[in-house]
Design a protein. Structure first.
Length: 199
């Protein structure tokens, strides 16, 4: 089966964003991650740092998220909190990108904005040592802070995913493909996804 979209969820430091970019290079299909945040920032005239703060503290229930999405094109957007409007705007932008053609999305619960039958869902993980090493060498994180930052970001992603999908982020049954980037390497992970993507 050929899919139209790839959605990548990933543990911090596992290289999921880089894998998405590599897949984009291999297929010629655009990859969106931080671009979504930047566009929300521009459209809502709020700094990216505030969007990140919302993502870290989100406590919305799935039912409310579904309600918020259902109001996306109505005149009642103004009844939503600023935090809820951020999520709704992210989902709207994901849909806009998706309408342009096949795409790769990294994070942001992109799967919830797309037709499920068109989505190949992927989870990238790796052991702690590999992720800490990447955080230090690739992201420039201080060695003494890397483990704490890794836990913090994973907690943020777990909470955000759960709040907006009603599913457990680390439940591997939620994904079509689960890859250990520490064991396989980033390029091999991208190649496995490319093959399954059918592109």
């Amino acid at each position: 089966m050929k899919y139209r979209y790839v959605v990548i969820e990933r543990e911090y430091g596992s290289g999921g964003t880089e894998i998405g970019r590599l897949l984009s290079e291999k297929t010629g299909i655009p990859c969106y991650g931080s671009e979504i945040q930047k566009e929300v920032s521009e459209k809502m005239n709020i700094p990216v740092s505030e969007i990140e703060k919302y993502e870290e503290s989100v406590t919305n229930s799935l039912l409310y998220s579904l309600y918020a999405i259902s109001r996306m094109n109505s005149d009642t957007d103004n009844i939503l909190s600023r935090e809820d409007r951020i999520f709704v705007e992210q989902q709207r932008i994901i849909k806009e990108y998706a309408m342009r053609g096949p795409a790769i999305f990294v994070g942001r619960c992109a799967e919830s904005a797309l037709p499920s039958e068109d989505v190949l869902s992927v989870f990238i993980h790796a052991d702690k040592e590999f992720r800490v090493e990447r955080a230090v060498n690739e992201y420039g994180i201080d060695q003494n802070s890397a483990a704490y930052i890794m836990v913090r970001f994973d907690k943020k992603r777990r909470s955000y995913y759960s709040a907006n999908t009603g599913k457990k982020w680390t439940d591997m049954s939620n994904y079509h493909i689960v890859l250990d980037s520490g064991k396989l390497g980033l390029d091999a992970c991208a190649e496995v996804i490319r093959s399954a993507f059918g592109k």
